[in-house]
Every structure is written in C-alpha cells, then in structure tokens.
Design a protein around this ligand. Structure first.
Ligand code: ATP
Length: 240
C-alpha cells in the first residue's frame, strides 16, 4: 500500500495539567475521507488543532507527505497544503462572500499560483447559494451558508488535505444533509478529507474509514460501513 499522506504517531497533548490526548495514532491516505468521531470532550478538536499547528504535542510525531510537521508554524502548514475549517467557521464577517473566497487564495497567491477566478467559479459550482450571495456581507449569511463559505474558502487554498471540524454543528437537518452531500461530492472528485464530527451516523456514512475517540484515546477503528454496522457503535453513538 502507498504511504499515508498524514501520519499521526502516538501524540500526547496537555492543557496545563489536563492530559487531553493520550497516545493517539492514525493515518489518512490520499483520496480517503477519514472521520474522527466521539462524544463531547473526547479530544477531536484538540487532535485537529494539533495537526494544524495551533497546539503542540508533548510527545509523538505528525508527518505530512513524509515531512515532519512539528515545530512548523500554522501558516507554513497551510502553505504545505493542509487547510482547516475550524469549529464555528471563523469567516470574515465584515467582508463579502467573494472577498472571503479571495482571502482563501492568499497563501497560493503568495506562491505565485494563478487561476483564482476559475477556482471561485468552481466553488460557486459546488455551492450555488454562495454565487447568489457573492456581494452579500458574510455576517448576514445563515449558519449553513457560513459553513459553505468556510468550506469554499478552505478549498481556495487548493488543499491536499481538507480538515473539517464539526461541519454539521448548529445546522438544521436539511442543511446537515446538504453539507454531507457536498463532502461526498468532494470525495468523488478526489479530495482527501479528515472530518471531525459528533454526528456519527452522517460522518460514517460518507467516510472511507473512521476512528472512535474516547477520553483522549482511539478505542475502535474500521471502515465507515463496519463502524455503522457495529452493535457497540450503534449503542454508544447512533442511538441504539
Ligand atoms: P467538542 O466536540 O466538545 O469540541 P472534542 O472531542 O473536540 O469535543 P476537545 O475540545 O478536543 O474535545 O477537548 C478534549 C478535552 O480537553 C476535554 O476534556 C476538554 O475539556 C479539554 N480542553 C479542551 N480545550 C481546553 C482548554 N483550552 N483548556 C483546558 N482544557 C481544554
């Protein structure tokens, strides 16, 4: 089998004396959608924020395309092709939709890459709602539209790995379905995605593979289908 593009090896992360991540290891291969599921506080966001360089593990390793990511500052990690859509979206509320998308291309413009206009059109193709609202201030968008904008903005960096932190959070069921449909479209288009979700059923239904986190540890792993069919997972995470 090919080498994984992301390899997380036995990381430990503390917040002061709180041991939030206890020896977590997992891999993501090119073209996969991998999901990390688990209850509130299991350590999913902490894991993503450690990969994107916002937090530092006290031990363990993280490599991306075979290169060590530890001690690489977050903006350099983005330049290497790893884009994160954070929990709570964090879009630029006072800019228009189009300006937010242009900001997403900033790191590749710094590298001299062109094609920003074309990529904005691609994002509008994925999210027609954003096209309709391209001149609207982002702060006036609905929660679902803001999630679409945050995903579109991350795609503008042409990431090799897209990390999504709880994209379904706070959204009405119909919008949750739309967001997961788009994740499925991105997957079929060849994107590699690391997806953190509390909505285990939706996440596992789009995932190639999943890892279950409990109190800072990986307790189970398998394909999306295997985990969806597992009685223990059904009982603990899928409502019986
Ligand atoms: P959620 O879905 O609620 O965000 P999660 O699985 O993403 O849950 P984390 O946010 O990664 O979980 O939290 C893991 C553990 O670390 C929890 O026990 C949490 O209370 C703790 N924690 C998270 N952030 C901090 C912080 N800034 N300071 C102290 N402890 C924290």
């Amino acid at each position: 089998m090919a080498e994984p593009i992301l390899k997380v090896s036995d990381i430990n992360v503390y917040y002061g004396s709180i041991h939030a991540i206890k020896g977590v290891s997992f891999e993501v291969y090119e073209g996969e959608v991998v999901t990390l599921i688990g209850a509130n506080g299991a350590g999913k966001s902490t894991t993503l924020n450690t990969i994107s360089g916002l937090l530092h593990p006290s031990s363990g390793g993280i490599s991306f395309f075979g290169e060590d990511l530890l001690r690489v500052p977050p903006h350099k990690i983005v330049e290497r092709g790893l884009a994160q859509v954070p929990e709570g979206r964090r879009i630029f509320l006072h800019m228009t939709v189009k300006e937010n998308l242009e900001m997403g291309a900033y790191t590749r413009e710094a590298r001299g890459a062109s094609g920003v206009g074309e990529d904005i059109e691609k994002v509008y193709g994925l999210f027609p709602r954003l096209k309709e609202r391209k001149r609207q201030q982002a702060g006036t968008l609905s929660g679902g539209e803001q999630q679409m904008l945050a995903m579109g903005r991350a795609l503008m960096s042409r990431p090799k790995l897209l990390m999504l932190d709880e994209p379904s959070m706070g959204l009405a069921p119909i919008l949750v379905e739309q967001i997961f449909d788009i994740i499925g479209d991105l997957h079929r288009g060849g994107a590699t995605i690391l997806l953190v979700e509390q909505n285990a059923r939706m996440a596992l239904s789009v995932a190639s593979r999943g890892y279950v986190l409990e109190t800072g540890k990986v307790v189970t792993t398998g394909t999306g289908e295997e985990l969806l069919a597992s009685p223990a997972i059904k009982k603990a995470y899928l409502g019986g």
